[in-house]
Structure formats: C-alpha cells, structure tokens
Design a binder for this molecule. Structure first.
Ligand code: PEP
Ligand code: MN
Length: 346
C-alpha cells in the first residue's frame, strides 16, 4: 500500500508514519515529489494497517496497490524516473539513441562504428563482449579484452558505453568499464544477477524476456529497485509469438503500457525486435512515435561480415538515413533527439 501525505506535511509527520510501518515489521520506501510525499509500504501488509496509518497526523490517504510490483509502479512513484549517464539524461524530453555492433569484434570495427554513429547523432555506444548465445558454437564475445576496448573507444570518442553482464560474479568487473549495465532477455529472470546489479548502484537496462509478460518483466525490475538502485530503464526487444517471418514480434504497444504503469524510462530495440535490417528503421520510428525514451540500434561497418546479428544490423549509410528520419518524427510528438557529447574528455 501507499501512504500519500497531505500537502505541506512535516518531516516529523513523515517520520511518524515510517515508525509505524517499521513497528508493524514492514519496510518503507520514501518518495518526495515536488508537491507530495509518498511512502510505500513494502512486505506483507494486513487490512488493519490501512486504518492505523490513515489515522496518523499528516496522512492524506492510504491507497492499496493493486499491482504485485510496487517500486516500479507509477502509483508508487508518479513522476518519471530519469537515468543519469555522465551529463546525459535518459527519460526526459530527449530521445536517446544507443548504437553500435551486436558484438565487439576488434578495435577497428568498434572505433569505426563509434565514429560513424556519433557523427550521425547517436549518444551512447553499445557493444556486447559477454554474448548470450543460443548455440554454444556461435561467437560468445571477447570477454574482458572487449571491455578494455570499449573503455578505450569511449575515451577516444567521448561516447558512454553500454554492455551486457551475464553473471552475478562479473557485475563488479563490467561495472568498472561500462556506464550502463545491460541485462539481456535470456537473463531477465536471473534473480541473483538482478540483485547484484541492484547492489552495484550502476545505471542499468533490463531487457524484456523472450516470452515475458509485462507483469513478469516489472517484477524482475522490482528485484533491482528493491536493492536500492533506482537508475534503471526497461528495454522492449521483441517477444516470441507464432510468427516466424520475423525473428521476434516487436511489441510497440508495450511502450505506452510501460509509460502508463511504470515511471521507468523505456527503450526500444527494433534490431532484436525484428531480426531484419530493413525493418529496423520503420519500427524504431514507430517506437519513437509511441513514446520510447530511447532506441537501441545495431550498427556494423559490414553487416554481411558481422560475427553476430549481421542480418539485423544497419550499415553506416542506413543508420545515418534513419537518424535524419527520426528527428522530424520526434518533433511531431513533441520531443527532440539528444545530441552526442561535443567534447572528448581525457
Ligand atoms: C543484445 O543486445 O545483443 C542481445 C543479446 O539482446 P537480447 O538479450 O535482447 O537478445
Ligand atoms: Mn545482437
């Protein structure tokens, strides 16, 4: 349940509510908005608690939360969460474009791609070095040397980097190099990993599982938030349906759904969402029109030679063309496209 404090309630009154929650053996989560203070009650609540809390001074109302996820629900935290990466804000008015190869292959591939996507207007560089692979015989990523390459190219281009972390014991390592930790679709319900990412406090992006419902996805997000890490965004990357023409079915409708039920920023990944390069731009534009806070696009210097996901990767020309299409679409829905960092910090 959520305790909504009256406008102008005092710190003392807030402390009184917290004391009462703790006395009932429960935990609280305090959210101070511009106008109102909201206190979430975490744990197994009981019906009498509602009356008890409602009687306390400064309390306006106590609302039972109908959803099983609390910390990531809009009810609980009405204002949008923004994720801060360097000087960049994700979840504000600007749409952030994350671009780069599926997998980091070598220095030249990563540097060329980073320069090209930055010149076209991307703000964050992506590149996997720990690759979840359906087949054990496929490229599994460069591992730590790949992280070093990401850090080096970040230094050269000024672009912050996002990369996937697959296991709890690698969170500390990946967090040393990356600006954002990506949790892949196959790991959406790796609860130990979620908690470790939560404890790291590092900005993170949680992809929707291959067959995950919105509720399962948000409950997974809850694991991260419950560890005290609020710097989280969600990523729709297509779901399994009966369709086989496309690799996955890009669920554009989930973008406004997330916007309605959660305060977390939502990113769309039409590369994995479709599996075909020529569907990437149309779905990315649709996602932007539907309210996505960011887009994640796979880009490779030579998609036909890519070690991973070449079929869904844009080449530089197509990426640049897509970026020029994105700006008017963003403007049409009252948003703009974030610009890359101008200066390279040493
Ligand atoms: C990726 O982003 O490269 C990736 C493996 O994505 P997903 O977890 O969505 O399959
Ligand atoms: Mn990929």
């Amino acid at each position: 349940m959520i305790v909504v404090m009256k406008l102008g309630s005092s710190d003392e009154q807030v402390a009184g509510v917290i004391k009462r929650i703790e006395a009932a053996g429960l935990k609280e989560h305090l959210s101070r908005g511009v106008e109102r203070t909201i206190i979430g009650v975490l744990g197994r609540t009981f019906p009498e608690l509602r009356d008890m809390l409602e009687m306390l001074p400064g309390v306006d109302e106590v609302i039972p939360v109908s959803k099983p996820y609390k910390l990531c629900s809009r009810e609980f935290h009405p204002q949008d969460t923004t994720v801060k990466v360097g000087e960049m804000t994700i979840g504000g008015n600007e749409i952030v474009v994350i671009a780069g190869p599926c997998a980091v292959e070598n220095e030249q591939q990563l540097l060329e791609t980073a320069k090209a996507v930055k010149a076209a207007g991307a703000t964050i560089l992506r590149g996997g070095v720990f690759k979840p692979s359906t087949s054990p015989y496929h490229f599994r990523g460069l591992g730590e040397p790949g992280l070093q390459l990401l850090a080096q190219i970040k230094k050269e281009t000024g672009l912050p980097v996002i990369t996937e972390v697959m296991s709890p014991h690698e969170v500390e390592l990946v967090a040393r190099y990356a600006d954002i930790l990506q949790i892949g679709a196959r790991n959406m319900q790796n609860f130990n990993l979620l908690e470790e990412v939560g404890r790291s406090g590092k900005p993170a992006m949680l992809k929707r599982g291959l067959s995950a419902t919105v509720q399962e996805w948000l409950l997974a997000a809850e694991y991260i938030l419950a560890q005290g890490n609020q710097q989280l965004m969600l990523c729709e990357r297509g779901i399994r349906t009966f369709e086989t023409y496309t690799r996955n079915t890009m669920d554009i409708s989930v973008i406004p759904v997330i916007e309605k039920v959660s305060h977390l920023p939502i990113i769309a990944d039409p590369s994995h969402g479709t599996g075909k390069w020529y569907l990437v731009a149309p779905m990315a534009l649709a996602a932007a029109a539907a309210g996505a806070d960011g887009l994640m696009i796979e880009v490779h210097p030579n998609p036909d030679l890519a070690l991973k996901d070449g079929a869904q990767s844009l080449n530089f020309g197509n990426f640049q063309q897509f970026m020029s299409q994105l700006r008017p679409v963003a403007a049409a829905v009252g948003r703009s496209v974030a610009s890359p960092p101008l200066e390279v910090k040493s």
